[in-house]
Design a protein. Structure first.
Length: 98
């Protein structure tokens, strides 16, 4: 099992809009991409306007395959419309759950 953290640095004042977008997209990710135990988190300390999506996945091969086609769904395209206008950067963390 793997723990995946997608860490986003939102533009100033845009973290709330990004969280709203991710909350709308999360059922799609869980249904089509096999994500489990997903959480959306925001900063309490550290860098301002940080948004983290944390999920568990069984199969990293499936994760990377699905990642390439993540916006193939018209429904998801509509939900994520304007995403790039909310984000300054970010990174991904992947851990093995022992």
């Amino acid at each position: 099992m793997y723990l995946i953290r997608e860490v986003f640095q939102a533009k100033p004042g845009k973290a709330g809009a990004l969280v709203k977008m991710f909350k709308a997209a999360m059922p799609h990710f869980e249904k089509t991409e096999g994500m489990k135990n997903s959480k959306i988190m925001t900063d309490a300390t550290g860098n301002y306007w940080t948004v983290v999506i944390q999920s568990e996945m069984e199969d990293m091969g499936k994760f990377f395959t699905d990642l390439r086609g993540a916006t193939a769904s018209d429904e998801l395209k509509e939900i994520m419309k304007g995403y790039i206008d909310l984000v300054e950067g970010g990174h991904r963390e992947i851990f093995v759950i022992e």
